[in-house]
Ligand binder design. Structure first.
Ligand SMILES: [Zn+2]
Length: 114
């Protein structure tokens, strides 16, 4: 077999198992598996194994609406401030209270994410 010298790139296990029927090379130790195209020799990862690899990157991302939390906070503050200056909050009663409430919510969001 061509895969005889192939060690697992995930855990280093030198004895990778081969599922010849499905053209899959896999590691019993860590669950790493790749599909090898017999015609082209292209290798397609199926499962990389390990808890870190399974969690999508988005869960580690610290961002609010795709922005850096501090940028979001500063942008949000600017928007609230402008809205207050232009009188957009008059409909809600006391403008300063509305400004304060929104600013507290914004800061709380930032503190949760930063
Ligand atoms: Zn492995």
């Amino acid at each position: 077999m061509a895969e005889e010298n192939m060690a697992c790139p995930q855990c280093g296990n030198p004895q990778l198992d081969v599922d010849a029927e499905n053209s899959v090379v896999f590691c019993k130790k860590c669950g790493f598996a790749v599909r090898v195209d017999p015609a082209t020799g292209n290798v397609t990862p199926i499962q990389t194994g390990g808890p870190a690899a399974q969690a999508p990157a988005v869960y580690h991302e610290k961002s609010i609406l795709g922005m850096d939390p501090l940028t979001f906070w500063m942008g949000g503050t600017a928007v609230i401030l402008l809205a207050t200056i232009f009188g957009f909050f008059r409909a809600f009663g006391d403008e300063i209270t509305t400004f304060g409430t929104l600013e507290i919510l914004l800061t709380a969001l930032w503190l949760l994410k930063k």
